[in-house]
Write a protein that binds this ligand. Structure first.
Ligand code: NI
Length: 180
């Protein structure tokens, strides 16, 4: 187990589509996920995708901490995930990313989604999600297609350094940025 180096925006590994994992039960996949969990915990993030640690595989991990106050989701591994929106509602909220340290921006995402993927035992995980949970899964799965959150933003005036934006939002907006 190890804390891995995180690729930052501009590195080509973040701009490429990642490859499907042929065998989710392989020992190397288990090792990768263990290292990704260590890395995410070290960075206090909520989600991480394999390309962010320079591994071009379709693997993401995430959790929703209880402190968010909208239903905790335990640490989840998704291998070869697929997402579909449920309905047409979109929600705009601030996001951060460990590959863009110190920055945040407001990103529109589908409010509700259905997602599926495989866990480390090769079992299918199928869930419906909304709100922050749905946002994290969409953010992480975007990494597998070379998409970073600024590419989804509609209003670049909301893009900025987290410290500055937090200060502004402290006036009344409770859309807290969170690193995914
Ligand atoms: Ni990210």
């Amino acid at each position: 187990m190890a804390v891995l180096k995180i690729a930052r925006m501009g590195h080509p590994v973040l701009a490429r589509s990642a490859r499907p994992v042929p065998d989710p039960c392989a020992a190397e996949v288990r090792r990768l996920v263990a290292d990704m969990v260590d890395t995410l915990n070290e960075e206090h993030g909520v989600g991480l995708a394999a390309p962010q640690v320079f591994v071009p595989w379709r693997v993401v991990i995430f959790h929703v901490p209880a402190e968010r106050g909208e239903g905790a989701v335990p640490f989840t591994v998704l291998i070869n995930p697929e997402i579909e929106p449920v309905g047409q509602d979109m929600t705009v909220a601030y996001e951060g990313c460990l590959s863009l340290p110190g920055l945040t921006g407001a990103v529109p995402r589908a409010t509700r989604i259905r997602y599926r993927g495989l866990d480390l035992a090769g079992q299918e995980v199928v869930r419906e999600a909304e709100g922050f949970h749905a946002r994290v899964v969409q953010h992480e799965c975007d990494h597998l297609d070379g998409v970073l959150y600024p590419m989804r933003m509609r209003d670049l005036r909301t893009f900025g350094f987290s410290e500055e934006v937090r200060r502004r939002l402290a006036e009344g907006d409770d859309d807290r940025p969170s690193d995914g």
